[in-house]
Design a binder for this molecule. Structure first.
Ligand SMILES: Nc1ncnc2c1ncn2[C@@H]1O[C@H](COP(=O)(O)OP(=O)(O)OP(=O)(O)O)[C@@H](O)[C@H]1O
Length: 335
């Protein structure tokens, strides 16, 4: 278990600020997810922590020790990449034990460590296969196992599931989380997928343009987004944003309503016409054009009755309406 602390960390590539002024605590034994759109600097920050990039300013402390002079190999961190980076000519057993072999551990010790990790990750039956003879999910498990045998202080995951199909991704999310909880190991996980962040994290850190927009538990971020960017980024389908008369009514520049907080109600004040219906099997998404021309998405039950003329109205609780100022900052709840 290890606590990782970043103090005023910045990194530039030439004139370009990839990540700036980062103050952050990664609590020991917790699962922290860095999330944000492509290019927001989350991978750069992970690589700074791993020691694969040098920071321009700031400090990195692991368990209270400044890492400025510690090379990547001395930090006790294990990184798992999207590309798996397995050795193709080695078997699963060889890949899993490689780091221990390099560290000149006795053969008996290597064999028992490899077997215990293989059991943990359900790889026992695959130990004699080469990476080319494995599925994507199995390869990813070997990559995780290879990091695990080194008994790291913390795991650093860089989009490890983006090469997998949706079903396997769901399963691997669950397995990574289970393993991390069982071992009580500190983990940092980089993704651009907000659903992954919501389902896996103890702490989510939302990035934009190299800076932290908000950090908190998944529910805090979903319920109390600090600004319009976070409100729009977390939650799927995306929060609806409305301006003009709808926002004026709430004394705000923009208001936001999540698709799941719209209720069909003939007396509702959000009146419009259904343009398309997306049937998802367990629910339907209604895309509605409001009277002022703006579009709204509503999450409804699959058996929703759309009137023949398409005219529809929604109501929402005042407490479900988010209000934003001209700079996009969240205003207190409407009275
Ligand atoms: N070695 C480099 N030299 C120059 N610019 C770089 C380098 N590495 C990253 N950048 C730039 O820094 C910014 C942040 O990159 P980074 O890879 O951290 O983003 P990211 O949030 O992880 O994005 P993605 O989800 O696409 O991987 C990007 O604009 C990128 O082009």
């Amino acid at each position: 278990m290890s606590t990782i602390v970043l103090e005023g960390v910045s990194k530039r590539f030439g004139d370009y600020l990839a990540t700036g002024d980062i103050d952050l605590v990664i609590p020991s034994g917790q699962f922290t997810v860095f999330v944000g759109p492509s290019g927001c600097g989350k991978t750069t920050l992970l690589r700074l922590i791993a020691g694969l990039e040098d920071m321009d300013e700031g400090r990195l402390l692991i368990d209270g020790t400044d890492m400025a002079r510690t090379p990547p190999s001395g930090r006790g961190l294990a990184m798992v990449f999207q590309s798996y980076a397995l050795y193709p000519h080695m078997t699963v057993r060889g890949n899993l034990g490689f780091a221990l072999k390099i560290a000149r551990q006795p053969a008996g010790e290597i064999a028992s460590q490899v077997e215990s990790v293989a059991r943990m990750l359900n790889l026992d039956a695959l130990l004699d296969r080469k990476p080319a003879e494995l599925s994507g999910g199995q390869r990813q498990r070997v990559a995780i196992g290879r990091a695990l045998v080194r008994q790291p202080k913390a795991f650093l995951f860089d989009e490890p599931l983006s090469n997998l199909d949706a079903a396997l991704r769901g399963q691997m999310r669950f397995e990574i989380r289970r393993l991390q909880q069982e071992l009580g190991i500190t983990a940092i996980y980089v993704t651009h997928d907000q659903a992954e962040a919501m389902t896996m994290a103890d702490q989510i850190v939302v990035f934009r343009n190299g800076r932290i927009e908000q950090k908190g538990t998944p529910l805090e971020i979903y319920r109390r987004p600090a600004n319009k960017f976070v409100a729009g980024f977390i939650g799927s389908p995306q929060m609806n944003f409305l301006n003009g008369m709808y926002a004026d009514h709430y004394h705000a520049t923009t208001i936001g309503i999540r698709p799941e907080h719209l209720k069909l109600d003939p007396d509702g004040s959000l009146k419009g016409a259904v343009r398309t219906v997306e049937h998802l099997g367990n629910e339907a998404l209604l895309h509605v054009q409001l009277q002022d021309g703006s579009m709204l998405t509503a999450r409804c039950s699959e058996d929703v009755a759309v009137p023949a003329d398409g005219d529809i109205a929604f109501a929402t609780d005042r407490s479900s309406v988010y209000r934003f100022d001209p700079d996009g900052r969240t205003l207190p709840e409407a009275a």
